[in-house]
Design a protein. Structure first.
Length: 307
């Protein structure tokens, strides 16, 4: 065999040997899948589901993070009116996923800190005359016993006892959508965000001498009218006004308006409500009239109330 033939024979044998070696390596990996290549990247492109939760895996070249997100509860409680006593005991469950679209920038009246010199706390005038339930302010959820005019109920709208002629202000920026005349001969001025009669309505009820009409745009704090004289239990020279956030539906309900105060007034308004409660109790000498330790001052419950 000459030199050239020997080289060709040598090259052919090397190629055959390499081919056999690669074949052995391939069949070894195929037979045992646990054999892997170190430092290989793992890519996951789908989201797996766990019962009652959600698992998200980041879509990156390596597994970054595993995050379990629990679904939020949508359970709420509705107080069915005609109750036996306070606190509420008869409730039904309801699912809700929405909240009022506007936050209150006013509570309808001027609330201030008590001034012993004038016996006032903003628009509230302290008096020794007999009052309904011995209070100037009936909170949301306050238990109202039955009377000849109505059965027992929980108060769905905070009620303020104020001097006749006291200005009443808009709770929010919005549009007057309706002004029905009430059984008491006064008005309910109803405002919505867009001027349409929709699910959420902001109410100021028992208004006399209205200064607005349906279709008017109003700003929070704007005067809508005056306190009505409808409350027969108020002393001479006093009347009452109520504020509310109505959730419409087949069975209309109310939510506590103080739960939806705009951040611009929330802290100071809550302080003033608590201060009013304490000052009034000291003034009349009865420390049992108000509950100052509720999570939201002015709300004896955070549940929805029928009516």
């Amino acid at each position: 065999m000459n030199k050239k033939g020997f080289l060709n024979f040598y090259v052919v044998n090397i190629v055959v040997a390499v081919t056999i070696l690669l074949s052995l390596v391939y069949y070894s990996f195929k037979k045992d899948p646990s054999i892997g290549i170190p430092d290989a990247d793992i890519i996951l492109d789908k989201t797996d589901q766990l019962p009652a939760s959600e698992t998200r895996i980041a879509n990156t070249s390596k597994i970054k993070k595993l995050e379990i997100v629990k679904p939020e509860s949508t359970s709420s409680v509705t107080i069915k009116n005609n109750p036996p006593a306070q606190p509420p005991v008869l409730v039904v469950q309801e699912n809700i996923n929405d909240v009022p679209p506007l936050l209150l920038k006013s509570i309808g009246v001027n609330l201030g800190y008590y001034d012993p010199g004038s016996n006032t706390a903003g628009d509230f005038v302290f008096t020794k005359q007999k009052l309904s339930f011995n209070r100037l302010f009936m909170p949301y959820g306050f238990f109202i016993p039955s009377s000849s005019a109505s059965p027992d109920k929980y108060n769905p709208q905070p009620t303020f006892i104020l001097p006749l002629g006291t200005p009443v202000h808009s709770l929010v920026d919005g549009v007057v959508v309706s002004m029905p005349t009430l059984w008491s001969g006064d008005y309910s001025i109803q405002v919505t965000a867009n001027g349409k009669l929709e699910k959420w309505i902001y109410e100021t009820e028992h208004i006399l001498n209205p200064r607005v009409k349906v279709g008017d745009k109003v700003k929070a704090g704007q005067i809508l009218g005056e306190v009505s004289n409808f409350d027969r239990g108020a002393p001479a020279g006093f009347g009452a006004v109520e504020i509310g956030i109505l959730k419409g539906g087949s069975a209309p309900q109310h939510v506590c308006p103080f739960l939806y105060l705009d951040p611009s007034i929330k802290q100071e308004t809550e302080k003033k409500i608590v201060s009013l409660f304490k000052s009034w109790e000291e003034y009349v000498g009865d420390q049992s009239l108000y509950e100052e330790s509720t999570s939201i001052p002015g709300c004896l419950t955070l549940d929805l109330i029928d009516g």
